[in-house]
Design a binder for this molecule. Sequence first.
Ligand SMILES: Cc1cc2nc3c(=O)[nH]c(=O)nc-3n(C[C@H](O)[C@H](O)[C@H](O)COP(=O)(O)OP(=O)(O)OC[C@H]3O[C@@H](n4cnc5c(N)ncnc54)[C@H](O)[C@@H]3O)c2cc1C
Length: 502
Amino acid sequence: MMKDSAKKKLQEIFGLENVLDSMEDRIAYSYDGTPLISSLPQAAVIPSSPSSIGVEQISKLVRLANEENFSIVPRGSGTGLSGGSIPAENSVVILMARWDNVIEIDKSNLTAWVEPGVITGKFQSLVESQGLFYPPDPGSSQICTIGGNVAENAGGLRGLKYGVTKNYVLGLEVVLPTGEVMHVGGKNTKDVAGYNLKDVLIGSEGTLGIFTRILLRLLPLPQAGKTILAFYDSISKAAESVSAIAERRIMPAMLEFLDNPTIRAVEDFAHLGLDTECGALLLIEVDGARSSTEEDAAAIEEVCKKSGANNIKIAKDEAESIKLKAARKTAFAALARIRPTTILEDATVPRSELPVMVEFINDSANKNNVQIGTFGHAGDGNLHPTGLTDERDRDEIRRTEKAFGEIFRKAFDLGGTITGEHGVGLAKKKFFEELYDTPFIRWMKQTKEMLDPNCILNPGKIISVKPRCEGALPKSREQIERLLSKMSQRDTFGEIPPEVYF
Ligand SMILES: Cc1cc2nc3c(=O)[nH]c(=O)nc-3n(C[C@H](O)[C@H](O)[C@H](O)COP(=O)(O)OP(=O)(O)OC[C@H]3O[C@@H](n4cnc5c(N)ncnc54)[C@H](O)[C@@H]3O)c2cc1C
């Protein structure tokens, strides 16, 4: 438990109104987008905006955590799917989402300085209105933050052609586990001074530093785009098209895939006129100069027909393009309606192994008698097998977890990875430590131990570093529910009886 003296010092740093420690607030920050796990923080704090004042507060917070032995969990919008912003034991959550200023858009260097709480989709719209382009496009772009994207090295729908978040981060201002403020990178296209620490911080899931300002690379906005939807009898035919498009040397901006259960769920939800009998569909988008997009779209139509597409739709205008893209963009929401608990995973394989992987996912679901719908970024082999289950049914959850264990191990055996974009966090730590090279895991642990000896920052995420991080696993959703039901039997949200503390 956090000492009263530490809470008082938090209030001195952030001001009384910016330290949230009522039970309602603690519950609000006890979970993120990851099902089945949650844990109460001791408090949540809001650093002052603008960030120029707040950075000093964050430094003080980190120093206090080292002195008073509590941990800090950075949080953006809490849309993470691997448990990255779920509170550790005896932790304070730092809420970065209110730092949402775009500080500068530099049109001559094609860069932008942003605060970490800027919402990705809002930033995309802002730069597009000025003829510029920020490609990373996670499915959650309308709600997630750039800070969370950098911490997870988020991918998204345009990964095949444009890469992921790390390809667009030029510089960072970061508060270190010591409380010092470090600056890495800058506006230079070329800069090889020293180790590439910027790339160590990107994807570090809040375990090595707290980002306070981020310098992003921008591109000129493509002149035109063309959207195509192709329907297939079977997954293997759709996968053939994916390979054939690559062999034709065309690089679509989007090359997305939905299997039959997902198509049915989307049609039931969004009524887009999709063929619910087909085995799979591909959503393809090409972009670039007007003339080349027309040529690429025609070539893709030909390739898809040759490799077995039985129906192809090409959007005639922007309105039709948005409608076709809705088939993919609503996939998660559509699947989430089917059962109470939705487990969205991201097993990833080399593109050539897609048919084997999708078949394996279906076999594993059947064998374990669980429901899994699959969609994802076919172009970069990043699949989202999505478990549709009910967390109140312990046996079904056990079977679903067994199926996912088989799926991750198979992806790894095929030369793939247990996570293409959602991160390791808490949810995949077990598989990470089991499957990956011993020296790789050792280097990571040594790095964490050296940079954060008191294990202050987001302990227990990605890897366990003994002794402190080992114990920092969150408690289950069941315990939160037990607490909530106890609380609902009371008149006020006053002191909680000791038996429900956790
Ligand atoms: C419907 C849905 C679709 C999604 N689609 C995609 C997708 O296509 N691609 C993809 O990659 N992900 C996707 N995600 C996952 C998620 O949106 C991303 O991981 C996103 O980057 C998280 O951003 P956030 O602001 O919500 O961060 P949070 O969930 O709050 O935090 C994520 C991690 O970042 C750390 N963090 C946050 N802010 C900072 C900071 N300022 N400094 C240091 N660390 C920080 C946290 O400690 C945590 O470890 C999806 C999620 C949902 C719910």
